[in-house]
Design a protein. Structure first.
Length: 173
């Protein structure tokens, strides 16, 4: 039996984003709170395309070592008989030499399926990141990075169990 997972990395910025704003006509110079920082959180995420379950890991940096750790965590999902097919982009560290021996040893258990270059629209997890931003960071003020982390983690916790929203968002089967 195969499980198909869509994997990608994402940054969520503390400064958030302003999408829509309503200002009363009598207010001529509105003040919009905005954290003047470039701080962000980085996370790896993978969504199971058949169940709609999200697996994630916050990471200080994206590189071969942190990607390898996330792949090992992902490979422990499911039973020993399930084969994992992981759909992902062509980030340089996805092809790291560090992974070669491990992937060869696990070739009956895990397969990496690389998307064509510059085609994020083909990766279903991109829709998850977009919805997470819409639900948790758009039109929000985060005075501290911890506030952002808390807000994003709340959404990821909800999506950590199989659910209909992610299933409809990402289902290709």
């Amino acid at each position: 039996m195969n499980e198909i997972w869509s994997l990608d990395e994402c940054h969520f910025q503390q400064h958030g984003s302003r999408c829509v704003m309503w200002v009363p006509p009598e207010q001529k110079d509105p003040v919009v709170l905005h954290a003047p920082t470039k701080k962000s959180i980085s996370l790896f995420g993978a969504v199971n395309l058949s169940s709609g379950k999200l697996l994630h890991s916050i990471s200080p940096v994206f590189n071969a070592e942190t990607f390898f750790d996330f792949l090992k965590m992902l490979s422990k999902r499911g039973g020993k008989r399930k084969r994992l097919i992981v759909v992902l982009d062509n980030a340089r560290y996805h092809h790291a030499i560090l992974l070669k021996n491990w992937l060869y040893e696990k070739r009956k258990r895990i397969t990496l399926l690389f998307l064509p270059p510059y085609s994020p629209e083909l990766n279903p997890i991109e829709r998850v990141w977009k919805l997470t931003r819409r639900n948790r960071t758009h039109n929000q003020y985060f005075p501290t990075l911890d506030c952002l982390v808390h807000n994003v983690k709340e959404q990821l916790t909800i999506w950590g169990v199989p659910n209909e929203i992610l299933h409809r968002l990402c289902c290709v089967i």
